[in-house]
Write a protein that binds this ligand. Sequence first.
Ligand SMILES: [Zn+2]
Length: 188
Amino acid sequence: MPTVVYVEIVPGMKHFTCERMRATLSVQACADNWRRGHYEGDLSRQPCKGCEIGAMHAGEAGASQSPLLNTRICGRCHRTGMRLIHKHLCVSCYNRQREVLVGKNAKGSSPVKWQALARRTITYQLSDGTVAERTLDRTTDMEELIVGVLRDERKAVRFGWKAPEHVRQLLDGLDGDLESDLAASPTA
Ligand SMILES: [Zn+2]
């Protein structure tokens, strides 16, 4: 938690000196600024983006600092500033996927590049320690899920590798060193 020195200028209200905005702000004004700058992309509140004090005042300590947060990035091709279908795919990727599902592209030949659509799940940990999961029915790779989580998840996240059951059973017969190595890696 960041340390902040508060003063009481107006009875019943807490103010503090904000270095980023170069102003004396009430806690409430800071929280409002932070929501607008960090979440809503308000350019006049750009200094608030990624500010831990603002996040704390807004009651969102542990908020995501990802540059992908709330951007309109396509989970599949990673182009930004796109209109997203179902809040995930750009129009182009969505149309390609439909062609795959129908089994042909607009010219009537089989699509080659997009055949490996599969249901995937990613497990990740939020900054408050809870574990969350996201599943998409049709994905081309795990990156698609990671980009989606970084774009949509309000809290900071950590990704890890969850060993499949047969690997975990292996670990039962080993000493602690390998087990802690596996538990610690990899994260992104
Ligand atoms: Zn796309």
